[in-house]
Design a protein around this ligand. Structure first.
Ligand code: AMP
Length: 300
């Protein structure tokens, strides 16, 4: 089944303790789409300026990512984010954000996208996420991502969004900020009470906690010593998860859990190099192989 994503399409400048890259391809929707494209065709909704290279769009198209919802604003500049990672490669600080055309983004779904059954509202202002949601028709399942910026500055629209989605993906510090709870189990349950029946709390190198209506499960991250650039780990996790779900076409408990495992594995590849570079080197068979190793690792 098809999968729709709306989110940022960006140039990122990334500084890690050992290396730097300037203006590489990034953005929540780009990482998500590429990750999901290992499993299923993707419909992307976003906005770029005239500085966006045509080859980048071609590269996405070659992955079966439908870019007809990618607006190109003549005279405009693409969203730009610059960040620096701390020596633990988990914490980061934002050095610069130029919203550019993303600041006035008014998403419009092409007609064939409207009845997409699987929907992911990647990191964007909650008002933008809502605009997309209101244009969809009877989606089977809607997941969203958010970040500290929106929790701090757009609390009311965020709460409205939560009442309309099935699942939320966020990291541990965001879950604590949102609920003012230090205990992640209490925080996850509090978020469920705000609307989403599924909540995924990501804990970086420590994996994720999955809250379902009937219980809680935990997933470790796949152990890798090669952490080059964690940017997009959250988005590629979500892309792998939603891509797997859309390909399976259902949301039963075992499928959901396997989807989270595949999300974990795509993210484990993504952090092994800058931008999309490592994901470009692998195919579905690499993920299936890692899935076998992951499964063996979890057998008790
Ligand atoms: P992640 O590491 O999964 O949290 O995602 C990193 C990506 O988020 C980068 O490629 C950035 O371009 C993008 N990003 C950073 N800030 C924002 C923002 N305010 N809205 C949307 N996307 C953002």
């Amino acid at each position: 089944m098809s999968l729709l994503v709306v989110g940022s399409v960006a140039f990122d400048s990334i500084h890690t303790p050992t290396a730097e890259r300037e203006r590489v391809l990034g953005g929540s929707a780009v990482y998500f789409s590429y990750a999901a494209s290992f499993f299923t065709p993707v419909r992307l909704v976003g906005v770029v300026g005239e500085d966006w290279p045509q080859e980048a769009t071609q590269m996405l198209k070659s992955r079966n990512i439908d870019t007809s919802g990618l607006q190109v604003k003549p005279g405009g500049k693409t969203f730009f984010w610059k960040g620096r990672y701390m020596p633990n490669m988990n914490d980061r600080e934002t050095l610069e954000v130029d919203l550019n055309v993303f600041g006035e983004f008014d998403p419009v779904l092409p007609q064939p996208f409207i009845d997409t059954p699987f929907v992911f509202l990647a990191n964007a202002a909650p008002t933008v996420q809502m605009k997309v949601l209101s244009q969809t028709k009877n989606p089977k399942i809607v997941f969203a991502d958010t970040m500290d910026l929106w929790i701090r500055t757009q609390h009311a629209p965020l709460l409205e969004l939560f009442s309309k989605i099935d699942g939320l993906v966020l990291n541990d510090s965001e879950a604590k900020l949102l609920t003012e709870e230090e205990n992640l189990i209490t925080a996850g349950r509090a978020i469920q009470r705000l609307g989403p029946k599924y909540v995924v709390v990501k804990k970086g190198e420590h994996g994720a906690i999955f809250f379902e209506p009937d219980g809680i499960s935990v997933l470790p991250a796949f152990p890798t010593s090669r952490v080059v650039d964690p940017t997009g780990a959250g988005d590629s996790f979500a892309g792998g998860m939603m891509g797997y779900l859309a390909a399976a076409g259902n949301t039963d408990p075992l499928t959901l859990r396997r989807a989270l495992a595949y999300g974990t594995l795509v993210a484990s590849y993504n952090v092994e190099d800058f931008s999309l570079d490592r994901m470009k080197e692998i195919d579905r068979s690499h993920l299936d192989q890692r899935f076998q190793q992951y499964q063996a690792m979890l057998q008790l």
